[in-house]
Design a binder for this molecule. Structure first.
Ligand code: ADE
Length: 243
């Protein structure tokens, strides 16, 4: 049975949802809203357990990058998380996206994985897959929550992750051409890969802080708070809908 199974010894117990972000700005508002928060630690990892919008959650900041994200995901699953929501900001790849707009993951790929020299597809992790699908019910709930934000465009699309802050138009165009990406960031696909291996449903909710072009650094610094606030609103609406 998958870790997400609903029969067996865990039947009837609250489904614990892990909510993760990479940076302080991406989880701080949610921490403030957490009810009955208590801190838990496991080796180098730390998270808060509490209730958010009626859901039992483990809320954690993983740090930037795929390895940080994968490692904390594993720890949160071991601590009992049975679904995972990743929140934060992203660089736009779809040219229709503007600062503050929201991308809900249809699936996620690692744009910096390249084993094509051995005959694998670009982005394919040999033996593990290329793109990992987000959970349709979580996607639908996130999309509905995002639709409540006034003046915000919502795309359900591909999240392209890599250990790179993308800040040039040529790379962004490549991510669009090679991966049909909607946005780029540095953690989501690592979380997706770990969740996929455990059979745990996930969704990534990202709000645009920049256009991953030559202005990306300035835009990221100026708009991360605004964009992260939008992503947080979507996560809270999503948790409310999960009941
Ligand atoms: N997160 C926010 N903007 C980003 C960018 N341009 N590249 C990678 N991760 C990001």
């Amino acid at each position: 049975m998958s870790a997400a199974g609903s029969s067996g010894p865990e039947a009837g117990r609250a489904l614990v949802t892990a909510v993760m972000g990479a940076m302080r700005e991406e989880v701080a508002r949610l921490e403030t809203a957490l009810e009955g928060a208590s801190e838990e630690r496991q080796g180098p990892f730390r998270w808060l357990r509490g209730r958010l919008e009626g859901a039992e959650v483990l809320l954690a900041e993983c740090g930037i990058g795929k390895v940080n994200a994968a490692a904390l995901t594993q720890a949160l699953l071991a601590a009992g998380a049975r679904r995972l929501v990743f929140t934060g900001v992203a660089g736009a790849v779809d040219p229709a996206l503007r600062v503050g707009d929201v991308v809900v993951s249809r699936d996620a790929v690692q744009h910096d994985v390249d084993v094509t020299g051995l005959g694998y597809a670009l982005g394919e992790v040999p033996g593990t897959g290329t793109a990992w699908d987000a959970d349709p019910a979580l996607v639908a709930a996130a999309r509905a929550a995002a639709a409540e934000l006034p003046g915000v465009k919502v795309l359900v699309g591909r999240v392209a992750s890599g250990d790179t802050f993308v800040a040039d138009a040529a790379t962004t165009e490549r991510l669009r051409r090679d991966f049909d990406a909607a946005c780029t960031e540095m953690e989501g696909a690592a979380v997706a890969q770990v969740c996929h291996r455990w059979g745990v449903p996930f969704v990534i909710v990202r709000s645009v802080s920049d256009s991953a072009d030559h202005d990306a650094e300035v835009s990221f610094r100026a708009f991360t708070e605004v964009a992260a606030a939008n992503a947080d609103r979507v996560v809270r609406g999503l948790l409310r809908r999960l009941g």
